[in-house]
Design a protein around this ligand. Structure first.
Ligand SMILES: Cc1ncc(COP(=O)(O)O)c(C=O)c1O
Length: 472
């Protein structure tokens, strides 16, 4: 991490504890948009970028620690393992590591990203439902904790260990089957979810008890009852089931076999305003009330929050290329669509985004409010960031900002139409002179993908691979 341009932790912390107050957050974002335009990070030839609010991320990391510190017995080990899938960007993981977080990973790629960020193995948890023997061996070699998803995986582990005790903490993932939330695709605790051991299925609980009795080295238990759209009460109910099962296992063992409960992530995010609602503090307090035994110091805790750590800190800034009207509906055609907001475009009811309007200089647009569509650049009719949104009328050369996109959005590129991965920049502020606005400073998180890279990734080196087949 010698190159400071790629090291967000190098940026000074200028905002402090109040950074995530809604008004402060919005004001900071407005200044960042203005600065991104003024400093040429975006422009006619760079018509889209992702922006990350470094002060906001730092404040959320601090708030997450404080939320669990407030409800756990002093001295309880708590590891907040950020779900890398939410924002798989090395400088972001580095920033979070500096703020005391670890990483939850679910693939060799995510493990490599966490390692590249300098996160030590003992602060990483591997959770994929499809771990290969090689991935399991590598986790054990590194000392990375892992949660077995199913009986077959546990047998595979047995075979790999061949009687030895693992050097990594190992647990089993269970599905408490408490039910789903409003978004089926993100509900992991339904009766038929693909994740973990389905605890309420006939015989499953006994199987889990037997598995722990037979393997004294199983010291963790894991559940992740996410995610967006899940009522908090249901999340808490799932963790109540996790806790009860751990108690039963420990009682049967006559000792504290399970020493750590991994309670997953899954805290939903508010996509309708700048408020952190629900907050980590509210969730921790609810868990403390519902499952007090989780926090009395007998169990270490691992959390795996992703969306709730990063979503509110990301903005996609996209240039308005043209404006038009169809069926009397104003439409702004921008450079952000399905490639950066895949879930929203394919499932707009479940994933509505707020779009903020800025003029060509990056100043917030006010007045002349209309009902308009904000479209993306991709060649299909449904490529819309927002449909019928009431907002200030956009003009060619303006900027449309898709808010709350720091998790599962611009870092999850979808290569439709070979649209390039946009650059991502992190920003912080230096206090301005008396009466002056703060100065916004940017650091590169990821450069934009080039057209040459697109061609190379499109198989350029194998250009004659298919046509040459006939000659073989
Ligand atoms: C095992 C596991 N942990 C944590 C997460 C992170 O969830 P969220 O981003 O909703 O906090 C996920 C998301 O899919 C997951 O599968």
């Amino acid at each position: 991490m010698g190159d400071h341009r790629y090291d967000l932790s190098h940026l000074p912390d200028s905002a402090g504890a109040g950074a995530n107050e809604p008004a402060a957050r919005a004001a900071r974002r407005d200044r960042a948009v203005r600065a991104a335009v003024a400093q040429g990070l975006v422009g006619p030839d760079e018509p889209i970028a992702g922006l990350l609010d470094v002060d906001g991320i730092r404040a959320t990391a601090a708030a997450l620690h404080a939320a669990f510190d407030a409800v756990t017995a002093p001295g309880t080990p708590v590891l907040h393992a950020f779900a890398v899938k939410a924002t798989p960007l090395v400088p972001v993981l580095r920033l979070l590591a500096e703020a005391g977080l670890g990483a939850e990973v679910a693939s060799p790629g995510e493990l490599a990203l966490a390692t590249a960020a300098g996160i030590p193995p003992e602060r990483i948890v591997l959770d994929s439902p499809a771990k290969t023997p090689a991935e399991i061996r590598e986790a054990l070699r590194l000392g990375v904790a892992l949660n077995a998803d199913n009986p077959q995986e546990l047998e595979r582990l047995d075979a790999i260990l061949d009687g030895a005790t693992p050097s990594s903490p190992v647990g089993v993932r269970v599905n408490p089957q408490v039910g789903g939330g409003s978004i089926g695709a993100l509900s992991t605790a339904t009766p038929t979810s693909k994740f973990g051991v389905a605890l309420r299925d006939p015989g499953a609980r006994d199987w889990v008890l037997g598995a722990y009795a037979a393997r004294p080295w199983l010291t963790r238990l894991h559940a992740h009852s996410g995610s967006q759209g899940m009522p908090l009460e249901l999340l808490a109910e799932g963790l109540g089931a996790l806790y009860d099962l751990a108690e039963e296992i420990n009682e049967a063992a006559g000792r504290k076999q399970i020493d750590t409960l991994d309670i997953g992530g899954g805290l939903p995010v508010n996509f309708h305003s700048d408020a952190d609602d629900p907050s980590h503090a509210a969730y921790a307090a609810l868990l403390r009330k519902t499952v007090p035994g989780l926090f009395d110091g007998r169990y270490g805790l691992v959390t795996e929050f992703g969306r709730s750590v990063l979503a509110k800190h990301g903005t996609v800034l996209a240039r308005v290329e043209y404006t038009k009207s169809a069926g009397e509906r104003p439409i702004a055609v921008t450079h952000a669509g399905v490639q950066v907001a895949t879930r929203t475009v394919y499932n707009p009811e479940s994933w509505p985004l707020r779009i903020a309007a800025f003029d060509a200089e990056g100043r917030p647009r006010t007045g002349d409010t209309v009902v308009q569509d904000v479209a993306g650049p991709a060649c299909f009719a449904g490529d819309l960031l927002a449909t019928g949104q009431t907002m200030p009328r956009l003009h060619p050369g303006d900027w449309a900002a898709a808010l709350d996109t720091g998790a599962y959005y611009f870092a999850h590129h979808y290569a439709y139409n070979s649209l390039p991965r946009p650059a991502v920049h992190g920003w912080t502020e230096r206090p301005g002179a008396a009466g002056e606005e703060p100065e916004v400073r940017f650091a590169t998180v990821r450069p934009a993908q080039t057209v040459a890279e697109i061609v190379a990734e499109g198989g350029e080196a194998h250009r004659d691979g298919l046509t040459g087949l006939a000659d073989l």
